[in-house]
Design a protein. Sequence first.
Length: 174
Amino acid sequence: MPTHFEVFDLPPVYAVDRLELERRYLELSKATHPDRFVKAAPRERLEALARSQAVNDAYRVLKASVPRAEYLLAQEGRDVGAEGARAVKADPALLMDMMERNEALDEARADGDVARARALGDEAEAAMAEVWAEVEAAFASPTWRQPAELEAQAQRLVKRRYLARLLEQLEGDG
């Protein structure tokens, strides 16, 4: 099974040329679209559908920075989206920080303190921007595939996930 990068014949790097990705996606979408195989044998139609799905799945992941970053790490054995034994375990200091942020949010909600909840959101957004800048800088380094760097990058992406969940909670408060 080809990787998402192989589907588009692109190198497995974070800094994907978005215009080239888009060009290749449109080209492959046209070539693999199931409508082109309506009169083909059933097996060929199924193969065309599978190829089309692979193109769409690869494009969905590679076009967006967060899924692309997580996919690159998964390709290196650090699956931040996995469950169970394969999951990247969050650093205990991060878990403590997130617990404190969630408790502060719960307190602000209980007190009806909209300004405090907003301030917590601003802090989380700033932390998200900081961690994402670190992620992008790390991928720009030629050493990002070294084991220690991979683990640090996985922790950054785990932190980004936790912060994203906190921000979703805050958005739910409207």
